[in-house]
Design a protein around this ligand. Structure first.
Ligand code: NAG
Length: 341
């Protein structure tokens, strides 16, 4: 037990946060290493209380709507995995990333816009949308029960990408395809298994699971890896898709968490008892490493929490823009060149 997790540098994060040094080479193994700074806006004296303002706003939203936690997590993932954490996912317009089919139902934009407005009134032109998204997500998931972890800052915002740049994989790929995708972003099997644990809360569309329920791999039968009780329960919530334009209901990714949207390790226990809702989640048992990690996390919440902190840090450092690269957007929805246009 715990062998796998121990083999990974979980302690690195703790050491960094205790040392109190200003800079850190974010996310090892990335090429080239990017320089982010701990408490960038304080250290540079540009907006001392930026992180406090952000936490305050997130708290206000969270109190009336706990879905901000899964929404921001997904938003951050959708940003960082596609061309790095540059807030490009926030940009609006025809054929923008937001309009890609994989990003259907993406939420959390409203809270980011509100935070940006507040920060622009306190410290104009200083705090990037990319940092806001990272910090707000950290705070929201912390309120949902995840550990708080240091988010290194100083990211700058990137330009607009087209919808076809969005390479987010479908939620029914195999574990090998999933791992290849995470590796292409500089992440490893521990990051992947940990980040999929974000599915311990939130909802998904029935269209992502109907094949598992009715016609797995064109067999006309349900996915044999899905617990038969769950098949019946989900069939009730997700009728077969027979007509175009039919409604596409939402179901909980983790029925154990449901509307509480609590961050927990019950996701991993569900994977072990073949009760994962998405195919990509159930697939974790089909790779020796991700299976071992799943077993460890199912029996040890603390291991999952520590690994989550590290994996979020690593994901939040993918291809960040620093120094003079990119810009600090005035409005997270538009690049400065198009601001006020
Ligand atoms: C199916 O799920 C139930 C709990 O809902 C569990 O007790 C049972 O072991 C599961 N079956 C399999 C084959 O994993």
């Amino acid at each position: 037990m715990m062998q796998f997790v121990k083999n990974f540098p979980l302690l690195a994060l703790v050491v960094i946060s205790l040392a109190g040094t200003a800079t850190v080479e974010a996310a090892t193994g990335m090429n080239p290493p990017m320089k982010l700074v701990w408490h960038y806006y304080k250290v540079t004296n540009t907006c001392d209380d930026a992180e406090t303002y952000i936490r305050y706003q997130v708290e206000k939203f969270y109190k009336s709507d706990n879905t901000v936690a899964p929404k921001l997590l997904r938003l951050l993932y959708s940003d960082c995995m596609v061309n790095g954490c540059d807030a490009s996912v926030l940009l609006q317009g025809p054929n923008s990333e937001r309009t890609a089919p994989q990003n259907r139902g993406l939420g959390g934009f409203v809270i980011i816009d509100k935070i940006k407005q507040v920060l622009e009134s306190r410290c104009p032109g200083v705090v990037s949308c990319a940092d806001i998204l990272n910090l707000a997500t950290r705070d929201a998931v912390h309120m949902a029960g995840a550990p708080s972890y240091p988010v290194f800052t100083g990211r700058r915002d990137g330009g607009r990408l087209n919808a076809d740049a969005v390479d987010l994989p479908s939620p029914s790929i195999s574990v090998d395809e999933s791992l290849a995708y995470f590796k292409s972003k500089g992440l490893d099997v521990l990051d992947m298994t940990t980040l999929l644990g974000a599915h311990s809360m939130g909802k998904t569309h029935c269209s992502h699971i109907v094949n598992r329920l009715y016609n797995f791999k064109s067999t006309g039968k349900p996915d044999p890896s899905m617990n038969t009780t769950l098949v019946s329960q989900l069939r009730y919530l997700c009728p077969p898709r027979t007509q175009k334009g039919q409604t596409d209901p939402l179901v909980y990714l983790n029925p154990d968490s449901g509307s509480s949207n609590r961050f927990s390790n019950s996701y991993y226990s569900r994977v072990l008892s073949h009760n994962a809702v998405l195919g990509v989640d159930q697939e974790l048992l089909n790779n020796d490493d991700s299976k071992e990690i799943t077993q460890e996390f199912a029996s040890g919440f603390e291991d999952f929490r520590k690994s989550f902190a590290l994996a979020m840090s690593r994901m939040g450092s993918i291809n960040v823009l620093t120094g003079t690269a990119g810009e600090i957007r005035r409005d997270c929805k538009v690049t400065n060149a198009n601001y006020g246009a």
